[in-house]
Design a protein around this ligand. Structure first.
Ligand code: 4AD
Ligand code: MG
Length: 432
């Protein structure tokens, strides 16, 4: 009996006989030798079939295989100094498991729409594979970061009656005869969690019915939302920058191959592991924009051009602090000496990637919050439970939300958030 292994573990089985379940991505053959490009989900490498070393039928079978045929491969692992992977398998036997005919994604170039229509198959290709491996590393590092710091994961509901981030982007559904919405953010529930567990986080899908067709907007995206009791904004900013630097460092440490597949400049990434990140106020940001010739009046909410311009002024991510109250959600803490701004910050990523984190200190005063809820046109009945948190031992607390896909496109250095999630939901796409 030979041991069944994964391609990624080939280095531990040099000169051993092994068995591998794999798919064929490409092949090349001459009269005497065939090269099979193989993948098993863990890695990609080459199988070599020498005609004189195998039976006539096996060599014939190899020559007739089509792209994405699935196979049992038997053979011996060898070092292969010519490939980046470093190992290959000299095949002694081959079994066809599942045929494949006319696989639509060929080694030639395809347009993005075509590839997105075939996303269920495109996932097998090296580029999506590399991006989603990096996504997996970001998720793994996220759990590690918060678990190492005594945060408790408190899962927020997906079906809710509340609208923390404004009513214009809600996905409505019916809930046994009453209205419900798909969650825009788990934050309000995390605030309840923080009062029970001190430091908490949620990590789940969130939904925004935004009619934006930009490279930064998904309809369904994943958000990490930490919330900390007895914590002011300044301390929360420190956690945010440590977290982001930690994500970048872990991708550098564990996804070297994937970053190479994407052609990402690792020196640039290393810059983002240095702390602290820059901090400017919204007021300063407006002045910078005006100086740069952008049409930016105080009170404006930043779009891509403004965020890109601001981020371009720095080599590292930059926090923009204390935005106008009028353009931020109802729950943010009012500034102690100014009533036109709130205690909040957005973290803008360099290289044109824009906002990756939105966060704030939270309002703690019952009457202030009630007035804010009413002013936002929300039904106070739906927020009674949230207001309760200000009735029974209200404490200073702060939190933030990191958009997983926004962080991934930036770390990967790719163009569009649609590639940072396995099956993107976009304005014009819910298939596959
Ligand atoms: O700035 P947002 O709307 O903040 C919140 O939802 C807060 N409740 C978070 C909190 O304080 N707990 O969203 C947070 C982040 C953004 O910075 C961005 O990275 C991402 O979520 N995001 C999106 N990502 C992809 N597609 C969209 N449509 C996004 N909208 C927000
Ligand atoms: Mg925001």
């Amino acid at each position: 009996m030979v041991e069944q292994i994964s391609i990624i573990d080939a280095k531990e089985h040099v000169n051993e006989q092994v068995k591998i379940g794999a798919w064929l991505t490409d092949k090349r053959s001459s009269g005497k030798i065939a090269f099979l490009q193989l993948r098993d989900g863990t890695a990609y490498f080459q199988g070599v079939l020498v005609k004189s070393a195998v039976s006539e039928e096996i060599f014939q079978l190899a020559k007739e295989l089509h792209q994405e045929a699935s196979l049992w491969i038997y053979g011996e692992i060898h070092q292969d100094t010519r490939s980046k992977f470093g190992y290959e398998i000299e095949i002694s036997n081959l079994e066809l498991v599942g045929e494949s005919h006319d696989y639509p994604i060929t080694p030639k170039e395809h347009g993005v729409d075509f590839l997105m229509d075939h996303r269920h198959l495109w996932l097998r290709s090296t580029r999506p594979h590399a991006i989603l491996k990096i996504r997996n590393e970001v998720i793994r590092a996220t759990y590690q970061f918060y678990n190492d710091r005594e945060f408790t994961k408190i899962d927020a509901p997906i079906l809710t009656g509340s609208a923390p981030e404004g009513t214009t982007e809600l996905f409505h559904t019916e809930y046994f005869g009453r209205d419900a919405y798909l969650s825009q953010s788990g934050q309000l529930y995390e605030e309840a969690g923080a009062m029970a567990f001190g430091k908490v986080f949620s990590f789940g899908p969130t939904f925004r019915a935004e009619e934006s067709k930009t490279r930064r907007h998904l309809i369904e995206f994943w958000m990490i939302e930490p919330e900390m009791a007895f914590m002011h904004q300044e301390e929360s900013l420190k956690i945010q920058e440590e977290y982001v630097a930690y994500l970048v460092q872990n991708v550098l440490d564990h996804c070297d191959y994937e970053l190479d597949v994407l052609g990402r400049d690792k020196e640039v990434l290393r810059r983002y592991t240095k702390l602290p990140y820059n901090r400017i106020t919204y007021d300063e940001a407006i002045k910078m924009l005006q100086k740069g010739g952008l049409d930016a009046d105080w009170g404006l909410d930043f779009g891509s051009p403004e965020e890109t311009y601001l981020a371009d002024q720095f080599e590292q991510p930059v926090f923009v602090l204390n935005y106008p109250k009028a353009i931020k959600p109802f729950y943010m803490k009012p500034h102690p000496t100014r009533d036109d701004v709130v205690i909040c910050a957005d973290l803008l990523a360099p290289e044109g990637y824009g906002e990756i984190i939105g966060g704030s200190e939270r309002a703690t005063d019952y009457n202030y919050l009630l007035a804010q809820i009413k002013a936002a046109g929300l039904d106070p009945k739906e927020y009674e439970w949230y207001l309760d948190l200000r009735k029974y031992g209200s404490v200073p607390h702060s939190g933030f939300g990191l958009g997983l896909e926004r962080a991934i496109v930036w770390i990967c250095g790719i163009d569009h958030v649609r590639e940072a999630i396995p099956f993107p939901r976009l304005l014009n796409r819910i298939y596959p």
